[in-house]
Design a protein around this ligand. Structure first.
Ligand code: PLP
Length: 448
């Protein structure tokens, strides 16, 4: 290199560095020197966000109607068929703890033993020393029950569902989901660049029409359904879905949050309720927060699927901590109890049938619920659903309204989670209170 060109390079470098330091100086100057940007306060002040307005409107409405606050109350007992809320004993229709296992002495003991052995945390992700024998034991046993090749246990139900779907679909793929699918699945759909289309609830003609029109335009096609729908308490026709997915070379994923532990002669979910080869469902998702009485989520299915999720799917195991020893031990012990004591699930489904029968005899609308623990009581008006839940609350019955946007306004309802330990007296009392309240219900004012 000549002396001249070396000098030129040096000058250029000095020029570049001095202009960098000018920029640095500018960045440190007070903001007014750059002028103020115009933007609506609705974009940078939380109290101006429309979402916050929605909250204040609801608060205003509750105050206006002199309704008691029923959310975020302090619970002073286990959440079973009854619950103690801020010192008040109530009949409880709001617990996921369908089988009463969250308070079972054996489950609590297993959780305590795990804490004594492994501590309160796994300390890291599973692949880097977070793994404990209980994780694998749970996965092995859930596979035994479902008849799947492998499974992966993760820290949260919602996140497992979301991140598994989010990982599996790409921009050349299509997701067809039942329009009543849970928000965690929708969140997974939104994470992907895949095309997403909802089909009307349980409408397999519509699903097939979508497949006929679109299958050829996409690579992977994922169909999302639930084993028991969390709002309506009904069950999809899985054998029919399996036939469709086979013919269109699609993947079928079933969310078993509300079906595992409940439906089927032994309460062991869709593979127990229906007669099909377990390999015909490609992906089983389950939540440990419902019948398992703890917290966590799993995916079960073919070995290659689980290998990919374990090693590569962010949020399933990667980039996050492992399920805690206590949660894992509780889930495993609950699974063993479910297998050994199918009468828990049977009693639960019998209770739900009894409740539906009595409700229908009293002229109430429990919509499409059958064979499950989820029973909606249709009000079809938001104000009525809210009013009825408040009236029942005052009478010692804890049940929450499902309102827009969780369900469409004309499908507002109370959602009853029936429990294996509800007594017929409690169920009868509840129906009687509903009937009596509806006789004196105020007319809806159309406020929301
Ligand atoms: C159908 C369904 N899927 C997934 C989830 C998320 O599970 P988790 O409560 O374990 O986060 C829920 C929770 O309510 C659910 O109802």
């Amino acid at each position: 290199m000549s002396v001249k060109s070396s000098l030129e390079r040096l000058k250029m470098q000095i020029r570049r560095e001095s202009s960098d330091s000018e920029e640095d100086n500018a960045a440190n100057k007070p903001p007014q020197s750059r002028g103020e940007v115009k933007a609506s306060p609705a974009f940078y002040q939380f109290d101006k966000f429309p979402e916050y307005k929605e909250f204040t409107t609801m608060e205003w409405y509750l105050d206006k109607e002199k309704y008691p606050r029923t959310q975020f109350l302090k619970r002073l007992s286990a959440s079973d068929a009854t619950v103690n809320l801020e010192g008040r004993e109530m009949i409880n229709y709001s617990t996921y703890n369908y089988l009463g296992l969250a308070g079972d002495a054996r489950v609590k003991e297993a959780a305590k033993r795990a804490v004594d052995t492994f501590g309160t945390s796994t300390g890291s992700g599973r692949s880097i020393t977070g793994e404990i024998e209980l994780h694998r034991a749970f996965e092995t046993e859930i596979c035994e029950v479902l008849g799947t090749e492998d499974a992966v246990l993760s820290v949260g139900g919602y996140s497992t569902n979301t991140f598994a779907i989010g990982y599996l679909c790409r921009n050349k793929d299509l997701i067809l989901y039942d329009e009543l699918i849970h928000n965690s699945a929708l969140a997974g759909c939104k994470m992907t660049a895949a095309r997403r289309i909802g089909f009307p609830h349980n409408d397999y003609e519509a699903l097939e029409a979508l497949l006929a029109e679109n299958r050829g335009k996409f690579e992977r096609v994922l169909i999302l359904v639930e084993g028991v729908y969390s709002m309506d308490g009904d069950i999809p026709a899985l054998p029919r879905l399996i036939d469709i997915k086979r013919r269109y070379k699609a993947l079928l994923m079933v969310d078993e949050a509300h079906s595992f532990g409940i439906i089927g002669p032994n309460g062991l979910g869709v593979t127990d309720y229906f007669d099909f080869d377990p390999h015909d469902v490609d992906i089983y998702f389950g939540s440990l927060s419902k019948s398992f009485g703890t917290c966590g989520g799993y995916i079960a299915g073919p070995g290659p699927l689980i290998a990919m999720l374990k090693y590569f799917a962010p949020g399933v195991l990667l980039y996050g901590a492992a399920p805690t020893p206590a949660n894992t031990a509780a889930g495993l012990e609950s699974l063993r109890i479910m297998r050994a004591e199918p009468e828990r699930a049977r009693r639960l489904v019998d209770n739900a049938r009894y409740f539906i029968e009595r409700a229908k005899a009293a002229g109430l609308d429990t919509y499409n619920s059958h064979d499950s623990a989820v029973v909606p009581l249709m009000c079809r008006d938001s104000e009525l659903a809210l009013w009825l839940s408040m009236a029942l609350f005052v009478q010692g019955i804890c049940v929450y309204p499902m309102l827009h946007p969780i369900v469409p306004r004309d499908k507002s309802r109370l959602r009853f989670f029936i429990n294996t330990f509800h007594t017929h007296e409690q169920l009868d009392y509840t129906i009687q209170c509903i009937v009596d309240n509806l006789r004196v219900a105020p007319k809806s004012k159309g406020v929301f």
